[in-house]
Design a protein around this ligand. Structure first.
Ligand SMILES: CC(C)(COP(=O)(O)OP(=O)(O)OC[C@H]1O[C@@H](n2cnc3c(N)ncnc32)[C@H](O)[C@@H]1OP(=O)(O)O)[C@@H](O)C(=O)NCCC(=O)NCCS
Length: 167
């Protein structure tokens, strides 16, 4: 890694995050669309409705959403646990272009694994990455995820990964 690593902290998703999150998604829309499917115009047009829906899912215990923040309060990315059931959940993450390649995803995934075990009662996490997304694959492998199967995501071949959050 050439650039300095950025120190991060996670904030659990709150109602007052909506404005900053919408701005983050708008700024990085084209960047994210290079490696994952674009969210589509409707996502941006109905962002507030969607934000409320995510918070309701979180209140119900099905999901745990987090903003990845720098020490100075800049929103760098998101790391989420969805479909929490029977002690397992699916991990997803995205880090904005301005912070790319500085260890932010790696640190955020390690922190959410710790939270999953210590705060959310989750003993294992799963994640998927397409073969054409080497940065995401690097993040999963270096944070202790191991391949458990192959799949196709939106027409692209990929790998499913799994990691236990506790010893
Ligand atoms: C994938 C993503 C989360 C990585 O975030 P990040 O903060 O840049 O990740 P990190 O800095 O922690 O680690 C990335 C690693 O991948 C490596 N990497 C980046 N591009 C790579 C490439 N083309 N080939 C191989 N490795 C690559 C980096 O070099 C880095 O490893 P290093 O620290 O040893 O140099 C970010 O690019 C992103 O949000 N992409 C769009 C959304 C997405 O793909 N989400 C994941 C869906 S599965």
């Amino acid at each position: 890694m050439l650039a300095d690593v950025i120190a991060i902290r996670l904030e659990r998703l709150r109602p007052d995050h909506a404005e900053a999150l919408l701005s983050f998604e708008r700024q990085n829309r084209a960047y994210f669309a290079r490696s994952v499917p674009d969210r589509g115009d409707a996502y941006f047009e109905h962002f507030c409705d969607r934000h409320r829906a995510l918070l309701a899912e979180q209140d119900a215990g099905a999901c745990h959403f987090h903003l990845v923040m720098s020490d100075d309060g800049t929103l760098l990315g998101r790391v989420n646990l969805v479909d929490a059931e029977r002690g397992e959940a699916e991990l997803g993450y995205r880090i904005g272009e301005q912070a790319a390649g500085r260890g932010v995803a790696t640190a955020a995934v390690l922190e959410v694994c710790r939270l999953a075990a210590a705060g959310y009662g989750l003993s294992a996490l799963t994640a998927v990455a397409t073969l054409d997304n080497p940065a995401s694959t690097a993040v999963l492998r270096r944070t202790g995820f191991t391949p458990v199967g192959e799949l196709v995501i939106n027409g692209r071949p990929g790998v499913r990964y799994r990691r236990r959050t506790t010893g």
